[in-house]
Design a protein around this ligand. Structure first.
Ligand code: HEC
Length: 118
């Protein structure tokens, strides 16, 4: 319980730091993830958010391996919009306070690496 609370606090600090970094990075050109709502998403930002918010660490506790087995085991997420919605839901639940562009960036990385919607 204590460990969980402190990891949540870490998550929140990380999000604040990232918010600052995102504000600085906003002027930089974003390159395209090339897919609908993820078009133009900042993939480097998404990768960093996934790493720094310990998405994999928690998913590994749930499914083992490298944690990637958590992504769409039953095809429940079937559209880019549903994927983005799930990222938003997780980030709200975890109180990550991501900006909309950050949610999109994370979704775009998951789309590229795991979901691969056509
Ligand atoms: C505290 C633990 C925890 C953390 C941290 C966490 N998740 Fe999750 N996540 C889960 C659990 C548990 C599920 C499975 C929910 C279910 O099956 O109903 C899940 C499911 C998901 C799914 C849906 C998978 C699918 O296709 O059905 C996505 C997408 C996701 N997480 C993204 C993220 C992202 C992105 C982050 C980091 C910003 C993150 N999660 C951090 C626990 C966590």
């Amino acid at each position: 319980m204590i460990r969980f609370a402190s990891s949540l606090r870490r998550l929140r600090n990380g999000a604040l730091w990232l918010a600052a970094a995102a504000a600085v990075g906003a002027a930089a050109p974003a390159w395209s993830a090339g897919h609908g709502i993820f078009e133009g998403a900042d993939l480097a930002l998404g990768e960093r958010l996934i790493r720094e918010n310990q998405c994999d660490a928690c998913h590994i506790r749930r499914v083992g391996g490298n944690g990637h087995g958590i992504y769409n085991p039953k095809g429940r997420i079937s559209t880019p919009g549903a994927l983005r919605g799930m990222v938003e839901y997780c980030s709200t639940e975890l109180n990550l306070q991501l900006f909309p562009e950050e949610v999109t960036a994370v979704g775009a990385v998951l789309q590229r690496d795991h979901y691969r919607f056509k």
